[in-house]
Design a protein around this ligand. Structure first.
Ligand code: C5P
Length: 406
């Protein structure tokens, strides 16, 4: 199925060496059914000619803001209104800086300011330029303005450096654009997602926690929201920005996560437990900071831990319960442990992943999982957590529908 059938995509090309990939990008977007028009900055024309892009897109390429002939054909405001999505690939550090500050000194920045359509950028630059605090500030500003960033990827660069700043490959860019036009598979549904780690206080300054970054849960929240759901994200401490349109409730401990979940879960159609909840917490939280003992030779400190409530199992045990999905992060015998966990906790589905693999484990940007259900075992190969979330949400919606129409 073509995921971009009849969609109008404006492709902006700025002056980076990755511009050579933009020609292929036009073709692959068209394969998905998109109509593509191209706007090029002056810098990009040093790397690839407008004639190439004109031949591939089947339309004249726009390059100048103040070109009377181009304005007479399809003026810049008309072009901004025509687009259903603007993708700038490659997006240079300079372009990002100008967009972040609202400049409109050339056609492409003007279009980005004038359009109501979603704007997506595929950054491409040297790793030091990407890591520079100025670029990092600009990307934060752009994200805050609702601009979506696809990538950059980490790897070998044209200049010989190795690091973050490579433009994503064309199939990943097409996938990212497709995700911006999701099927509304969760229209009218209420979804609650737990994400991130919990922190279990020992005393006023210390806690027990784990390495969960929250990336998978946040990506699922974004995908569910794009699929039309009303999403509540109950999150332990993370440094991630809340996806647009999602209601976020911040919690710290497992106990506070449990309370936040039960306050609102009753109205939900789908509950996804993605949080890495601490299984145990200190039996008592000391009122004052625990001091090193100075007058004994004892180097050991004994902590007594007590079991935390199992949040997902408590939701699955409700009389009036949503469709419940859990996660199982395992380091060996992944599928059998996950299947056992699904039964024990009373879950509809469980998403199993192997966290012993550092490429897909905690804190990584990618994941590969197998979803297990009563009569289901479906594997998803390693992709970005964003892309995986899109596929998982589609599967959860199908399974939820199948259960409700049973
Ligand atoms: O038992 P385990 O921690 O491996 O189970 C993982 C699944 O259970 C995840 O979906 C996690 O969010 C959920 N969980 C929970 N409350 C706990 C422990 C785990 O909701 N106390």
């Amino acid at each position: 199925m073509q995921c971009l059938a009849n969609k109008r995509i404006l492709l902006g090309i700025t002056g980076g060496v990755a511009a050579y990939k933009s020609a292929e990008l036009v073709r692959r977007l068209q394969d998905q059914g998109a109509e593509v028009r191209v706007v090029m900055t002056r810098g990009s024309q040093q790397f690839i000619t407008p004639l190439t892009l004109q031949a591939l897109s089947g339309h004249p390429v726009s390059t100048d803001l103040l070109d009377p002939a181009a304005e007479a054909a399809m003026g810049h405001i008309e072009l901004a209104r025509w687009a259903e999505l603007v993708l700038v690939a490659p997006a240079t550090a300079d372009f990002m800086a100008r967009l972040a500050h609202g400049h409109a000194g050339d056609l492409l920045t003007t279009l980005c300011l004038a359009t109501d359509a979603r704007v997506m950028l595929a950054p491409a630059m040297n790793q030091a330029m990407w890591s520079n605090p100025a670029t990092q500030r600009n990307q934060e500003v752009l994200r805050g303005q609702g601009v979506a960033l696809l990538g950059p990827a980490v790897g070998l660069q044209a200049c010989g450096d190795n690091g973050p700043g490579r433009m994503l490959e064309v199939p990943e860019l097409v996938d990212g654009v497709c995700r911006a036009f999701p099927e509304p598979v969760l229209n009218g549904k209420r979804v609650m997602i737990t994400a991130g780690p919990t922190r279990e206080a020992l005393d006023p300054v210390r806690y027990l926690s784990n390495h969960s970054s929250g990336k998978m849960g946040f990506a699922l929240a974004e995908a569910a929201s794009h699929a039309g759901a009303e999403v509540v994200l109950v999150s332990g401490p993370t440094s991630l920005p809340c996806p647009a349109g999602v209601t976020r409730i911040d919690v710290e401990s497992a106990q506070s996560m449990l309370e936040a979940v039960h306050q609102r879960v009753i109205d939900c159609d789908l509950f996804i437990a993605c949080a890495a909840v601490a299984d145990y917490r200190p039996a008592t939280v000391q009122e004052h900071k625990i001091k090193k003992s100075v007058d004994t030779d004892d180097d050991a400190l004994q902590l007594t831990l007590v079991r935390n409530p199992d949040i997902v199992a408590s939701v699955a045990a409700l009389k009036q319960r949503p469709f419940v999905v859990g996660f199982a992060a395992e380091t060996r015998d992944v599928l059998s442990y996950a299947a056992d966990k699904r039964m024990r906790k009373g879950l509809d589905l469980i998403v199993a992943n192997d966290v012993s693999d550092t490429e897909i484990g905690f804190n990584s940007d990618d994941n590969a999982v197998t979803v297990l259900g009563e009569n289901l075992e479906q594997s998803f190969a390693q992709v970005s957590k964003q892309s995986l979330s899109h596929s998982l949400i589609t599967l959860f919606a199908q399974q939820l529908d199948a259960k409700t129409t049973k």
